[in-house]
Design a protein. Sequence first.
Length: 467
Amino acid sequence: MADGSSETKSSNQMWGGRFASGPDAIMEEINASIGFDKKLYAQDIRGSIAHATMLAHQGIISAEDKDKIVHGLGTILSEIESGAFEFSRRLEDIHMNIEARLATLIGPAAGRLHTARSRNDQVALDFRLWVKEELQKTERALTALIGAFLDRAEEHADTVMPGFTHLQTAQPVTFGHHCMAYVEMFGRDRSRVRHAIEHMDESPIGAAALAGTGFPIDRHMTAKALGFREPTRNSIDTVSDRDFALEFLSIAAIAATHLSRLAEEIVIWSTPQFGFIRLSDAFSTGSSIMPQKKNPDAAELVRAKTGRINGSLIALLTVMKGLPLAYSKDMQEDKEQVFDAAESLELAIAAMTGMVRDMTIRADRMKAAAGSGYSTATDLADWLVRAAGLPFRDAHHVTGKAVALAEEKGCDLADLPLAELTAINPAITDKVFDVLTVEASVASRTSFGGTAPAEVRKQIAWWRARN
Ligand code: ARG
């Protein structure tokens, strides 16, 4: 902070005589949160305006003082937003910075603002308002990402690609179906966000230090003015609780995990070996030495941000786990974790939305890969069950023999001569070739939630109605 050390030294007139400036400078440094909690200025001012208005309505302060307070807070808001406000580390945090400035601006009336409240309920309010707004932003960002996937899924409902398990070719699926898997994942993230907003929609202000207050405040009035459903019901819990921050971080960690899996797929798909997609120039970088390279840096960074976000969740869980009720200063460490995770998550979702919208799908490459690796072996086995009445286990065995034969001959299942197939099992007829193509395979998977293009289109329509 920009404070001079002379200010620091003179601030400890009570006991500072025998101390060098070192220790109190360090105390100030460890104690101050203004460096990061200034981010809460708008929420702090909104909260104070609602509190002062309620105090006046209840006859706890005069209407005249309330008007001065509200006017002064308005001035401070514009000072902060124009960059004219001077933050002081000596004043510790955003709450005291604003209150001290208010005193300079309006005189003694400023001292009435803190009636019937404490910084403990004040910070709980400011931070909750901030997290709630951040969750609303996250909800909008996820909606945009889901929208991008719905568009790509619609475009590629018929585009065949290999489906994988263990990253080994498993069965053919469509790229549209694969996109819709991400829609489900980010849809769950979004519903977690919505639930969290509902959970945290209670106003902390008026819990005061921890025990409530003897002043005749109206907590329902402040709750309503600040857009909360209702006030919190236990003053001790109110100033001890950081569940809203932990919920934000857990949601962020799960969403980041989804983004990271997508990032990993993008990295794999964009290699020349896979060649399933081409990233746009806007979301890739070149190499300073190897002219041929196009690197998926944005995807890699999204994958890495997951580490930071998970770290923030663990950090705050660890801060909170040993704290006796109610407020302890440890809790000041909540903000940087949430701010950092929020910034990383916003960036990661935006980058992914851009990548998904922009990437080129190489349908020819996907289709070629879909047919390799005997991906229609299950279709052959299923055909033996349906058309020849074999038990599935026997059909599995017969198919295994056909795969071994194809492998020996170096050809696909569809290229095996009928005679050689009937030699394995006499029930096989030339009708079997109808099910051995990748198109026939995906078209046959019509079970609810399956990969058949018609089924995928139904799921797209279901999501369109909800996005
Ligand atoms: N800066 C503090 C925080 O972020 C505000 C609350 C301080 N309360 C207290 N009793 N010292 O947690």
